[in-house]
Design a binder for this molecule. Sequence first.
Ligand code: RFL
Ligand code: PHB
Length: 393
Amino acid sequence: MRTQVGIVGAGPAGLLLSHLLDLQGIESVVLESRSRSYVEARVRAGVLEHGTVELLRETGLGDRLVREGLRHEGVELRFDGRGHRIDFAELTGGRSITVYGQQEVVKDLVAARVAAGGAVLFEVSEVAVHDLDGDRPSISYVDAAGNAQTLECDVIAGCDGFHGICRPSVPAGALSMLERVYPFAWLGILAETPPSSHELIYTNSDRGFALHSMRSPQVTRNYLQVPPDTRLDDWPDDRIWTELQTRMELADGGFTLAAGPLIEKSVTAMRSFVVEPMQYGRLFLAGDSAHIVPPTGAKGLNLAVADVRALSRALGTFYSTGSTEGLDAYSETCLRRVWRVQHFSGWMTSMLHRFPDDDRFSGGIQRSQLRYTVSSRAAATTLAENYVGLPFD
Ligand code: RFL
Ligand code: PHB
């Protein structure tokens, strides 16, 4: 089999890349190890930047997003028992974010690819990439029926997430891996109960970070900072609700978190990770295969979107003019945004979490940073403009 762009991974990065290429008349095949129902049900991110929403709408993926997505013009930072609103619309000239589950984005993307007759092959196995440094790379795999196959292509997009095979296939020494691991994790829950606030609440408390988020007017999403070795068995539902309520308590007693039946519960490790450069020969890494940010800035999915936007444009130039200029600059273009987002996500993380080795000095700096962020228009604008997303390159 032969195609123009071979894409490994049907997460948001791989599926959106395939869609953006199709709009330019470029062929691709997406290879995914999981089933369609599995990728459509995987609960992850929930916050879409202003520019992500615009891109999805402009490329015909906005119908359900506009109908069901929840547009938010601010968030609350809560500390010392008080809440402070950061007004995005006012600070960024009317920009906003939209709360719409990642699995909904994935469902919309799969539906669009299927409707356009796109090739998305689920449940493939033994995926391996070959001849990355020539101009005829290929991907070998075993299809869902158990037959060994080879896909020849011009370019391979490694959109297979942090644990994928593309990044490790690059010869040792060609890429640098830069990493920071945090001494805590997030316990996340999805619950069948209406949100207790109509905007997200990021809370710094003496007992650790807590986040109140949502998916719809009927479903809430909450997170708790927990030790990295946390076992879900130690967290029965009652303990989770009590801990969330305690951390998010207001000094005047004016906040009650509505509890309800849990639909999902998981623990996620937190890390910052960047690979440099994001390309090797004819292999281009995009999304979580190239970088991970701690979720406190709500950026992972949005960064994946920015990468594939850049890659689809570079490939558009390559196929229409033969010039590799855009492709050659791919990594540099993406890494500028990646490092900005690494800074923002690391800053939000350090401002809002309790560090185990916390001393009174760093605690004093953290409080000062919080107070400054909610009282200085300049500092609040820094948070707001990064949170709604800086313009694409
Ligand atoms: P994905 O989504 O991991 O998709 C990779 C796909 O590749 C497949 N795959 C393979 N396929 C074939 N062969 C192989 N050998 C393969 N190995 C892997 C996988 O099955 C999968 O389908 O990566 P992608 O597309 O780069 O997308 C990145 C996002 O998923 C990720 O950055 C976000 O979920 C991060 N994130 C958040 N991002 C935001 O923008 N806003 C948020 O509010 C936000 N909250 C979060 C998050 C991530 C979280 N977790 C669970 C990590 C909250 C959490 C709790
Ligand atoms: C979510 O709703 O899942 C969510 C929201 C904000 C974050 C991370 C996750 O920073």
